[in-house]
Design a protein around this ligand. Sequence first.
Ligand SMILES: Cc1cc2nc3c(=O)[nH]c(=O)nc-3n(C[C@H](O)[C@H](O)[C@H](O)COP(=O)(O)OP(=O)(O)OC[C@H]3O[C@@H](n4cnc5c(N)ncnc54)[C@H](O)[C@@H]3O)c2cc1C
Length: 400
Amino acid sequence: MDLRSPEAFWLLKNGILNSYPKLQENTFCDIIVLGAGITGALISHSLQEAGYNVIVIDKRDVANGSSAATTSMLQYEIDVPMVDLADMIGIPGAVECYKAGIDSIDTLHELVKTEKIECGFDFKESLQVAHSKKEVKHLRKEFEMRQQNNFDVAWLSSEEIKERYKMESYPGILSKKGASIDAFQFAHGLFYNNHKKGMRIFDHTEVNDIDYNNDGVVVKTDDGYTVEAKKIVFCTGFETLKMFKKKYADIVTTFACVSEQNFNFFETLNNTLVWDTANPYIYMRTTDDKRLLVGGEDIKYKYGIISEKIKKQKSAKLAKKLKKLFPELNFIEDYVWAGAFGVTKDGLPFIGEHPDFKNAIFVLGLGGNGITFSVQGMDLILKMLAGYTDSLLHYYRFDR
Ligand SMILES: Cc1cc2nc3c(=O)[nH]c(=O)nc-3n(C[C@H](O)[C@H](O)[C@H](O)COP(=O)(O)OP(=O)(O)OC[C@H]3O[C@@H](n4cnc5c(N)ncnc54)[C@H](O)[C@@H]3O)c2cc1C
């Protein structure tokens, strides 16, 4: 399965920061973390800190799946508005899931600081504007629910938006809490630190054969070596979905492009993540190297590499939408890429055990908030292993 087009921006920007050996012997550990993207980086860190002996395995280089393609906007607002999520799981549940997003932004910030990882982490505000006049009413309801539940939000009129951001739009919600990060750099940095502390990491090592037994698991690599462990944690991203008989999420391909450096609107947009209520929505953020990153234009996932022609069409559409929102803006595209993306009906991830796989735990941060969900996985995994439960595990369970 192609998780992204070949030239994902973060890989081009950073290069392969660290390589690890391929597994070349039979071995054992407490817990295997399969997948070395940002989820695997966070989960293996949490497990190692808690004293577990962890082995991380990936068939690609570290962070070379979706984590090389992500636009890495860190938002507590998930793809499904709180008012709609409340209809599905009740107001307390929707509020709890949104609040968990706020906590994860802070948790990630702490981790960046304590681990001293250079990854362009920046706190930002998040502005969501109505895509059409018709959608203003629903967005206003969303604003009121968030305000009633003590979220730090403000309602901005079209005039206020124009004055602050030089942006032509319908009204919107400004949330105080948000951030952005270079997820590729972060994942590499965290793996590097933990490797120095003894974590065993193997890249270019594919696992296709797993024996799930009463005592644990035995995984077999493509070279025929085995790793025995008490548990396996799947941090295998959207590719994991093909393991299940049931369809838990739709897969779409989403497109993103970045401007040249020293982007002319950098100061206007630097502190704000911007997105709208369209489906699919357009979203944008600046990067730490002074570019504007714009994404959206999702289509149903198709196997095979996305052609240059489609990428060009999609980036032209994104540029046109951008121009409508910011008539004064001169966006000169530098790179465009595409990546796969899993969409769940309620916008929530799947974190937990699955009845078909004994001694396995899944941390699948699906949707547009995959990263904040994976951060939540760090605490949830320890609770699961210790036999405790958590209300988030109820909302993120497979049989919901
Ligand atoms: C264009 C785009 C924009 C996005 N924007 C945002 C955003 O703004 N904010 C946000 O929070 N999220 C966003 N996401 C989602 C986010 O990128 C993902 O949630 C996140 O990167 C997933 O990380 P991961 O580690 O779970 O998966 P991945 O990075 O895909 O890592 C999974 C790893 O598992 C490995 N693997 C799989 N199967 C095997 C196997 N059998 N053997 C060995 N290794 C295996 C793969 O090689 C891969 O490296 C976006 C995604 C895309 C594509």
